[in-house]
Design a binder for this molecule. Structure first.
Ligand code: SF4
Length: 373
């Protein structure tokens, strides 16, 4: 039963049992739509490598690309902590869709950060711009066809949606999706997220029929609520269900969950490159206790955070990645050598990225209308 398997979008659970999402919540495997996408565009490496594993209604996005129709991407950022490589996965996909012609809506979830996570306003505003938006721009997000807004500082039609939505959602229904400890801050946050996802469809914001939301599976409760709301406002406001995709989470460098509250578990995009390299060298791996055993039994890239860094971020060439995988599995490659290779790529990437970051900070402040309190 779905009720026994609940996802908490505000919690810190790791969703590893992706099959349950297909079984209980009607999510579909992304591999089913990959061949359709291949017909119209080269899939992103996260898609080719199965990191993007699930979807809802992705066919409408493929159709839009095929017919040259306008489509929009809605993505959100939580302005807390440091932006790390786990966060980078979403923005990599957003940049990919922007290159395919998508219009990008980027919601800064400052209302939620303040009300649910209890982060002071001044701190979250600075974090949003300097830590997140600046990094996004330095990674290649382009200012054209890009709308960045703070949830507390946007246009009146967006707020009207939140108010209208409140009429057609019941508390019982929200409890079934989010659990029973629903406080007002979470209810408001959930309705605000629905407005984030659906507002690009309003004529005031471009009237996009097709909106895609790439997220981690922990955010699926918001998508399910939003899809129901869209159905209920189909005739009144002409809203349609959004499409969504879901990507796997990265394993932390400790071998456990990657967590913003555990700096040893992640590498931030602003970490000193040499220090980041040392962190990677200390990482847990899928290797064996001794070199002799590893040569005999082979390594386990499927549980290795170093392999994930290579596959998700540092190696774009599929043939090169396949070679690493096979050499690891066969025991030809040992972890020390593999880590040195990954470290070299990581340091180079961070040095280049950070060279672009200062200019990106200035641009970020120009692109965003910052709330005055
Ligand atoms: S050889 Fe590389 S990929 Fe394989 S387990 Fe060791 S560090 Fe991981």
């Amino acid at each position: 039963m779905a009720g026994e398997y609940r996802i908490d979008p505000w919690g810190s659970q790791v969703i590893r049992e992706y099959e349950k999402l297909f079984k209980y919540f009607g999510m579909r495997p992304f591999k089913e739509v990959l061949p359709l996408l291949e017909e119209v565009a080269e899939p992103h490496r996260l898609m080719r490598r199965g990191v993007v594993f699930g979807h809802r209604d992705f066919e409408i996005v493929v159709d839009a690309i095929k017919k040259g129709k306008r489509f929009a991407i809605l993505t959100g950022l939580m302005p807390s902590g440091k932006m790390h490589f786990g966060h980078k996965m979403v923005i990599d996909q957003v940049i990919y869709y922007q290159s395919l012609g998508a219009e990008i809506f980027l919601a800064i979830a400052d209302a939620e950060a303040y009300a649910v996570r209890k982060i002071p306003r001044e701190e979250l505003i600075r974090t949003a711009i300097e830590e997140y938006v600046a990094n996004y721009l330095a990674l290649g997000l382009r200012p054209e066809r890009l709308h960045i807004y703070f949830q507390t500082n946007y246009r009146k039609e967006y707020y009207r949606l939140i108010q209208l939505f409140s009429r057609k959602v019941t508390l019982a229904e929200m409890e079934a999706i989010y659990g029973e400890d629903l406080e007002p801050a979470k209810i408001v946050s959930a309705l605000t997220q629905a407005a984030d996802i659906l507002h690009p469809q309003l004529p005031h914001f471009g009237g996009f029929d097709v909106v895609l939301v790439p997220v981690g599976p922990d955010q699926d409760p918001h998508l399910r609520l939003t899809r129901d709301i869209a159905d209920r406002f189909r005739s009144e406001l002409g809203l349609r269900r959004p499409a969504s995709t879901y990507h796997r989470f990265m394993t932390g460098l400790t071998g456990e969950k990657m967590s913003s509250s555990k700096p040893e578990s992640y590498i931030a995009l602003t970490d000193d490159p040499e220090e980041a390299g040392r962190k990677l060298m200390r990482s847990f791996t899928g290797g064996r206790p001794t070199a002799e055993e590893q040569r005999r039994l082979g390594g386990r890239p499927e549980i290795c955070p170093v392999y994930e860094m290579l596959a998700y971020h540092l190696v774009d060439d599929d043939a090169e990645l396949k070679r690493i995988y096979e050499d690891c599995k066969s025991g030809r490659l040992l972890c020390g050598q593999c880590k040195r290779y990954a470290r070299e790529k990581l340091v180079k990437f961070l040095e280049e990225h950070q060279r672009k970051l200062e200019a990106a900070k200035d641009l970020a402040y120009k692109l965003v209308d910052v709330p005055d309190f």
